[in-house]
Design a protein around this ligand. Structure first.
Ligand code: EPU
Length: 300
């Protein structure tokens, strides 16, 4: 059997899959293939198939930081399968979680088990794999503060190995992981903590988010990374760009660094608005904002 046949036989691959429903924005077209990864064997097969067919391949988590092109993605999208949704808390307090584990759920489960340190994940609607990849953070903590190491498959080496935050070169919203890497699971250091203390922190973060960020709408969190010493949301707000729109996508009235997509919006509108805001900020302040959201597929 060739690699694709093996993936098909194992029930891991679906062809011609709408990607919008797999992202928080709900925008964009279809992927040629989606592979639900259980472990290293699937990754070896998927990357071998991509190589032999010269096809692009990317990892997707919970889709909370991505905009898929309206034309879709003519390649392979790797997603953590149900086997990678696991988590366990070891006797020494180390929390082990699969790449597909939702961060808010991991935060609650750790708190419930009397472990502290992962509460900030309650404010991030992504997955463990995505958090390792972009060093996700909020409320004064980031992934590199709590990560012991992550198990990462490296397609160029054809093997998986452990990487510490130093190996990953974690910095603000950055790691050195690229399209030939796939995060399989992560191990976190936590501290002993009364469950009530953790629950209090989680409630506080929830309250703050409800007050400061648009909720219940289709968005992908912050659109741009914050420039050193400033906040993209403040800059966009100060320039009076809240409410600016392209098609059915607009800068949130609640927070300048959140863009909202109304039903019927297109990924092209989203891309146009990101470019427009970036250009206006550059022209008026000289600051070149760097997008935090990822664009998948081709954009004009
Ligand atoms: N501000 C304005 N106008 C706005 C929005 C913000 O003046 O429209 C001001 C605020 O008053 C504050 C400053 O800008 O003084 C910073 O805003 P905020 O406290 O909302 O935090 P942020 O820098 O916009 C960052 C993360 C968020 C994270 C929060 C809380 C980035 C790019 N964003 O937002 O992360 O939830 O802090 O910790 O670092 C994400 O990455 O997707 C994300 C949501």
């Amino acid at each position: 059997m060739d690699p694709l046949q093996r993936l098909v036989a194992a029930g891991r691959v679906t062809e011609d899959v709408p990607l919008g429903p797999l992202t928080t924005y709900g925008l964009g077209g279809r992927a040629r293939y989606v592979v639900e990864v259980a472990g290293v064997a699937d990754l070896s097969d998927a990357f071998a198939f991509a190589r032999s067919h010269n096809m692009p391949i990317v990892a997707l988590g919970r889709g909370s930081n991505i905009v898929v092109a309206d034309e879709g993605f003519a390649g392979i999208v790797l997603r953590p399968g149900p086997e990678l949704n696991h988590h366990r808390i070891e006797d020494d307090g180390v929390v082990v979680a699969g790449a597909g584990m939702p961060l808010p759920l991991l935060a609650r489960e750790s708190v419930r088990a009397g472990r502290g340190g992962l509460e900030f994940y309650t404010g991030i609607p992504g997955s463990v794999g995505g958090a390792v990849r972009m060093n996700a953070g909020c409320h004064g903590s980031e992934t590199s503060d709590v990560l012991r190491h992550a198990l990462v498959f490296d397609a160029t080496a054809g093997a998986a190995g452990h990487r510490t935050p130093a190996d990953l070169e974690h910095s603000y919203r950055h790691s050195n992981l690229g399209d030939t890497d796939f995060v399989i699971e992560a191990e976190y250091e936590t501290r002993t903590q009364e469950a009530e203390e953790g629950e209090r922190l989680i409630r506080e973060i929830g309250r703050w988010r409800r007050q400061n960020q648009p909720g219940g709408t289709r968005n992908a969190g912050s659109i741009f990374k914050n420039p050193p010493g400033d906040a993209a949301g403040r800059i966009i707000d100060d320039l009076g760009l809240k409410g600016l729109s392209r098609g059915l996508v607009s800068v949130s009235d609640r927070h300048g660094n959140f863009f909202e997509a109304a039903p019927g919006a297109t990924a092209a509108d989203m891309h146009r608005l990101v470019i427009e805001v970036r250009e206006r900020v550059l022209a008026e302040t000289g600051i070149a904002l760097e997008p935090e959201v990822r664009f998948l597929g081709s954009f004009a």
